[in-house]
Structures are given as C-alpha cells and as structure tokens.
Design a protein around this ligand. Structure first.
Ligand code: FES
Ligand code: FE
Length: 448
C-alpha cells in the first residue's frame, strides 16, 4: 500500500520505477487486479464464419473456446471439461457439431450443453443432472465493430463504456468500409522475452522509437529521411488507459500524403457513407493509426509501398502474459472486406515482410524489448526504495506540450506524437487498478 502511494507521486512527476517491468509479485497482482477484471480481446467475428466454427484462445492462463452456435450467436466457454478439468478442445480452429472430451468422452453441443455421457444410464443414477454440467461460460462476452472481447469479472462495466471514445477511432479503422474488416490467414504467434507492458507502451505511445530502432528502414529507403516524420500528427489520450497516435507523417507546410491511407479511390464513396464529417477529416489526413486498448491489445494500421502502389491494412496484436518476463505475441492481419482480392493479397505480403514474426520491423522491436528485461533484473533496478536511483524517464512534453483544442476527434489530443502523454496516462490507470483493493479495504475500515 505504501509503495503504491509513493508511486502515485512519482508518476505525477513523470517517473516510473524500473521494477514494474520484472517484479514477480507485481505480476501476480496484475493477474488478479487487471487481467481478471478488464476486457480482453478474444477474436474477430470473421474468424467464426458459420455455425459450428470455433477457435481456441487464452485470457492469460484461462483457456477459451469460442463457438458460433446453430442460431448464429457467438459463445465463449472455459476450454476445460467440467468433469475433471482437462483441456477440452486442443485444436486452434475448425468446424464441429459437438465437442467430445478426450478423457472420459463426455460430449457437449455448440451451446455448451452436456449431451452425451459415456455409459451414462449404467454408471450414473439420479445424482447426475446433465443440465447442470454444461461447459462453463466466460462471465461476459461483448463485441464492438466485429471485435469480440471477454471479461472474467461478471460485474465489469459494459464493453461500450470501457472502450469509451476509442470507439470513434475504431469506427474509422474497422467500420469505414461496407461489411467491415475480415481476418486473412490465421493469427500468428511467437514468444518474446518481454513484459506485457512494454508491448503495450510501444504501440500505445512510442512513435519516438521509430527513428532509432527502425533506422535500417530509412537506410533501405522504406521510411522517410526526416527523423521527425513519425511525430507529425496527434497523440490522443483516451479513457481507461487507452490511447492512439494519429500520424500524418507530413511536416507542416509539406505536400499531403495520399488521402485515406492510400486506399483506392473507388473505395472513398463508401467511407463517406460510413463515417461522419469529423471522422472523414481525421481519416483523410492520416498515414498511420497506432495505439492500444488497455490492458494488452494493440493495433497498427500503416501504409506500405510507393506512390500508385500503396497498401493499408490493420495489424492487431495481443500481448498475452506468460510471466513477468515473457509474452506470447498474437498477431492478426485484417483488411477491408470490400477491397479487391489483388489488393488484399498485396497488402498481406506487405504485412508479412514488415510486422509478421519474421518481418524486418518486428525483429527490430522485440530484440530491444528483451533487452529491457535483461537489464531490469538486478538489485538496482529491483529496489523498492523510491529514493533509490531506479526511476525511468517519462517526462517528454510533461506540462509543456498542451492539448490542441482544434483536433476534430474525441479525447485529449496533443499536436505531436513524440510525447509521453499516453504512457503516463496508461501507467496511471495501471496504478488505479493495482491499488483498488487497498482503497476499498480502507473504506471498510481494514488495515492492510
Ligand atoms: Fe472430460 Fe472426464 S474430464 S469427460
Ligand atoms: Fe517499432
């Protein structure tokens, strides 16, 4: 409790202790106070195209089975048999009429009902009430713009409220085209030695790293020469730890980049139908949208290629924690359903070569993230004494860069993306969630 109080003060000064990225006790507390209470991304609805389609996912350590039922509804269950707890479905995805457990053979239908018990009539009597032994549902499942989220807390605020103003930006990124977006291929996944908050930070508010970490792309002629290019645009702080960078990549006074992220002109009337005037104004000027939905979902909607052959897509990233020092990255490629097949394929190749597991930009980032863990495990980095010299610098723009009131979108928008404003807000939300238990215990008169 005392540590959290001292922390609040330091965070207000733009300082963050290095141990929050490696401390095992902090990690255990995060599982309980953050991941068991906030909305976590599960799947995009296009991954479950027809009745019987299923995918298996994880909410940190909780295995999840998502199924499209015969009525077309999408349901999510704990992927663990209610008989003895074994992992029920071991495949990543597929199509089934029912799920049979590999241990004693109980069978569940798409609605999760227990419909078959091996030798049921002979081995059970009235003690077995089949309707009480269906699959256990994930307490809350809600979706926005095709993105399905789950929450382990039955009393959590509705997803709509949780996303808040992020929905305005999701409408542009996911809802601009008729039919929305679709997942192409399968989500790829790989393990990286990094803390989940580093992935979150990097996408949520760190365009500043681009000019150094991804220097090779400038040298190869893929990225512009101007070292400030990823900073042009707005960094927008949203509620509940979310944030987005709306990057124009265009210096003031310089010619605009192609509108609507270089998407083909025949698609523009569709955008005008699906978005409002302010959304169009923001979308028209944007080259890259990059941001995060708290706690562990990030997205990047970049532009690849050269004039006349530009491609845009949406890369969605989940940072699944596997411990304080390890994450499993899940990476989805999404594209406008309404785009041509040739466009989709070309954009997919652009993604694989850049942000796929073996992509050039991907390699740059994750090696650095692993070095953070590497350098944050020693005595100095771990000391809980806040007067000790282990506080990191989150000062960029603090109290100096002021919001731009003329920005048409919601949230607190700052007129540059080279700024630690989202980082500070994200970590403040982290602290709010992490210290909640103490506050309520205090209210009840308990000493902790
Ligand atoms: Fe699944 Fe026994 S554990 S049927
Ligand atoms: Fe990067």
């Amino acid at each position: 409790n005392r540590i959290f109080q001292g922390l609040r003060e330091k965070m207000e000064q733009g300082l963050l202790p290095q141990w929050i990225f490696t401390d095992p006790h902090i990690y255990e507390l995060e599982l309980e106070r953050i991941f068991a209470r906030t909305w976590q991304f599960l799947a995009h609805e296009s991954e479950l195209p027809e009745p019987g389609s299923y995918v298996t996912r994880w909410m940190v350590d909780d295995p999840v089975l998502l199924v499209r039922t015969n009525s077309g509804e999408i349901k999510a269950f704990l992927n663990s048999c209610p008989h003895r707890g074994t992992l029920l479905c071991t495949a990543d995805f597929g199509k089934k009429k029912a799920f049979t457990c590999p241990y004693h053979g109980w069978t569940f239908n798409l609605d999760g009902d227990l419909i078959g018990v091996v030798a049921g009539d002979k081995v059970y009597g009235e003690e077995m009430k089949k309707d009480e032994w269906g699959l256990r549902p994930i307490p809350r499942v809600e979706r926005y713009q095709g993105m399905i989220f789950g929450n382990l807390d039955p009393a959590a605020m509705p997803l709509d409220d949780y996303l808040g103003d992020m929905k305005w930006y999701m409408d542009i990124i996911l809802g601009r085209s008729d039919g929305g977006m679709e997942v192409r291929g399968l989500p790829q996944r790989w393990v990286v030695h990094a803390n989940w908050k580093v992935g979150l930070e990097n996408f949520a508010g760190d365009p500043y790293h681009v000019q150094t970490t991804h220097r090779s792309t400038v040298e190869l002629g893929i990225s512009p020469q101007d070292p400030l290019y990823a900073g042009y645009g707005h960094q927008v702080v949203l509620q509940n730890g979310h944030g987005i960078n709306v990057i124009t990549a265009t210096a003031p006074g310089k010619p605009q980049r192609p509108p609507y992220q270089g998407l083909p002109q025949e698609m523009w009337p569709m955008f005008e139908r699906n978005l409002n005037a302010d959304q169009l104004k923001v979308f028209a000027k944007t080259t890259v949208f990059v941001g995060s939905i708290y706690p562990n979902l990030s997205f990047n909607s970049p532009v690849h290629g050269s004039e006349g052959h530009l491609h845009n897509y949406l890369n969605v990233r989940l940072w699944r924690p596997l411990g304080p020092e390890k994450i499993e990255i899940w990476s989805w490629f999404l594209i406008d359903k309404a785009a041509s097949e040739a466009y989709k394929e070309a954009a997919y190749k652009g993604y694989v070569g850049s942000f796929g597991p073996s992509g050039t930009l991907e390699q740059d980032d994750t090696e650095i993230w692993a070095r953070i863990v590497h350098a944050s495990k020693g005595h100095m980095a771990r000391s809980k004494d806040l007067s000790y010299n282990n506080l990191l610098n989150y000062l960029m723009g603090l109290e100096r860069v002021l919001p731009d009131e003329t920005f048409p979108g919601p949230g607190v928008a700052y007129p540059t993306c080279y700024l630690d404003a989202i980082h500070r807000a994200t970590h403040e939300y982290w602290l709010e969630l992490m210290s909640k238990e103490e506050e309520s215990a205090g209210e009840n008169g308990c000493e902790s």
